[in-house]
Design a protein around this ligand. Structure first.
Ligand code: SF4
Length: 170
């Protein structure tokens, strides 16, 4: 599988989506949201390179992991390299969550991003807007961001928000 540029990995996150998740923080982001909490992830030349196979093998060795999240930085800027990893993980029954600064509509309109979207279960979308910051909601940083059930949205051709009770992590 291709190389990914990453800022870091955590193998037992409970804050990047439902359940205990393996989270990959991709390196590089051009959104420049004022108040961003991860400015060290913005430089596309920062971080380290890692083969996606290495990540895949570690995830499948962790028997407690049923969900994988891709955060950043901006994961969709590495969508072409992420797609084979996402595809392999879904085939193993992993639930895939992506945190992006792009909106669902922007991702839907970009063919490379869309390839990743088709392999995504949950999308947390939109730039962080400091004036709309909230601390009380799980998984989002500002009120404009949405937690989207991507597969239902693609099927119905409209945005369907994620309802935790309806999502079963295989
Ligand atoms: S999209 Fe995320 S990582 Fe990128 S600048 Fe905005 S808050 Fe920071």
């Amino acid at each position: 599988m291709p190389l990914l540029r990453i800022a870091g990995i955590t193998s037992d996150s409970t804050v990047d989506g439902p359940g205990v998740r393996y989270t990959v923080f991709l390196q590089g982001c051009a959104h420049n949201c004022p108040g961003c909490h991860n400015p060290a992830t913005h430089d596309y030349a920062g971080g380290v390179s890692i083969d996606a196979d290495t990540i895949f093998n570690e995830i499948v060795s962790l028997k407690y992991i049923r969900g994988v999240s891709f955060s950043g930085g901006e994961p969709l800027d590495q969508a072409a390299a992420l797609v084979p990893l996402m595809d392999s993980l879904r085939r193993r029954g992993c639930n895939i969550c992506v945190y992006t600064g792009y909106t669902y509509e922007e991702a839907r309109a970009n063919p490379i991003f869309f390839a990743a979207l088709r392999l995504t279960d949950i999308l947390v979308d939109g730039r962080f807007i400091r004036e709309k910051r909230i601390l009380s909601a799980a998984f989002i940083g500002s009120e404009n961001q949405r937690i989207i059930d991507v597969q239902a949205s693609l099927m119905r051709k409209e945005v369907v928000l994620f309802k935790p009770r309806c999502i079963q992590i295989a």
